[in-house]
Design a protein around this ligand. Structure first.
Ligand code: CU
Length: 68
């Protein structure tokens, strides 16, 4: 079990939060996704190593951008 926090740019409301959360939750091995709208922090709990490329793709798919 590991936890990774990434920062997402462009989320402005609860709809954005849900879009990011549902896309990221679909990544293999992800067990929990917490999104802080104010800071843009997305905390991802996963089993095993989290695939950074998959996270980037999921955030992109949701319509937002990963900051790093
Ligand atoms: Cu929104």
């Amino acid at each position: 079990m590991s936890t990774t926090t990434v920062n997402v740019q462009g989320m402005t409301c609860e709809h954005c939060v849900n879009a990011v959360r549902s896309e990221v939750a679909r990544i293999a091995g992800v067990t929990d996704v917490q999104v802080d709208l104010d800071s843009g922090a997305v905390t991802i709990s996963s089993e095993g190593m989290l695939d950074d490329t998959a996270v980037r793709a999921a955030v992109d798919e949701a319509g937002y951008e990963l900051v790093q």
